[in-house]
Design a protein around this ligand. Structure first.
Ligand code: 1HE
Length: 265
């Protein structure tokens, strides 16, 4: 078994608190972590109720795959109103991840497809095992992305590549996905979770206001117009700088007590 571990009880989403990080696990390996309503509601609840001590989180999946995407058995009988509600439910849950209180690192392996890929793309840092593969089979199933994929993926990989993936059913491998932005790291099989936890711990050690600026202000600045962006940046950088935490970190560097920037080969 790779990044996944044995399922715990019946919960579809399991959260464990490890010091200042939360580890959230999709726990439906028999269905390849296909995302049913229970899983989406479980993710939303997990990210909306993180204890105050938690400063960063990790998401990963039990079994041989990160996620097979939407549980297709839930879609067959849904009418138009139900379908809109369903998509809006996913939007709320994934917004709770992307614009929640803490930065989130995903550890992915095996299938990272459809809604599973949309979920991974709602996280801030993605670590993929060499077993990971990416696809948007919605195109072949006669549907469209509904979990925010049309908003998030073009920003990561471009409209053209997303269109090609959906039109042709293209499956990309881990290294290919790394090259165009699906993941920031590629690890050997079985090592993504440890790497994701290491990164989450590092992120948890950042100044709180810096993490806030990165997950709340930066994406809004990037989405908005330049003039508003410069203003927001001036405000955000001043707010971060004004904190005692920033002042003590700056002093530590000037007094040669802080790490230098060093390449990690
Ligand atoms: C499922 C699902 C699912 C597996 N919904 N039940 N996603 C897809 O179109 C991907 C569909 N799944 C697959 O292509 C494959 O299952 C995998 C490549 C992910 C894994 O293959 P494998 O051989 O390891 O597993 P399997 O034998 O195909 O599946 C094991 C069980 O999980 C089986 O059920 P069982 O009762 O026969 O044991 C499968 O039916 C079940 N299963 N994937 C329901 N997706 C908000 S919009 C988002 C829109 C989308 O995400 S569309 C893309 C959906």
């Amino acid at each position: 078994m790779s990044a996944g571990t044995a399922p715990v009880g019946d919960a579809v989403v399991v959260t464990q608190i490890e010091g200042d990080i939360a580890v959230v696990r999709l726990n439906r390996p028999a269905k390849r972590n296909a995302l049913n309503d229970q899983a989406i509601l479980g993710l939303e609840a997990a990210f909306r109720s993180l204890p105050g001590q938690v400063k960063a989180a990790v998401i990963h999946g039990s079994g041989e795959h990160f996620s097979a995407g939407l549980d297709l058995s839930e879609l067959v009988e849904v009418d138009l109103n139900g379908a809109i509600e369903h998509s809006r439910l996913w939007h709320r849950a994934f917004e709770a991840i992307e614009f929640g209180r803490v930065p989130v690192v995903s550890a992915v392996h095996g299938a990272v497809v459809g809604g599973g890929l949309e979920l991974a793309c709602a996280t801030h840092v993605r670590v993929a095992e060499t077993s990971a593969f990416y696809a948007l089979p919605e195109g072949q199933r006669g549907i469209f992305v509904g979990g925010g994929g049309s908003v998030r993926l073009p920003r990561l990989i471009g409209v053209s590549r997303m269109m090609e993936m959906m039109l042709t059913g293209r499956v990309y491998r881990a290294e290919e996905g790394y090259n165009f932005g699906f993941s920031h790291y590629v690890t050997p099989v079985g090592e993504s979770l440890a790497k994701a936890k290491e990164l989450a711990r590092k992120i948890a050690g950042n100044a709180g206001r810096t993490n806030f600026a990165l997950i709340q202000a930066l994406p809004r600045i990037a989405d908005g117009d330049r003039a508003a962006g410069y203003l927001m940046e001036a405000l955000m950088s001043s707010i971060a700088q004004d904190d005692a935490e920033a002042k003590s970190r700056l002093r530590a560097f000037l007094e040669k007590r802080a790490d230098k920037v060093a390449p990690q080969f």
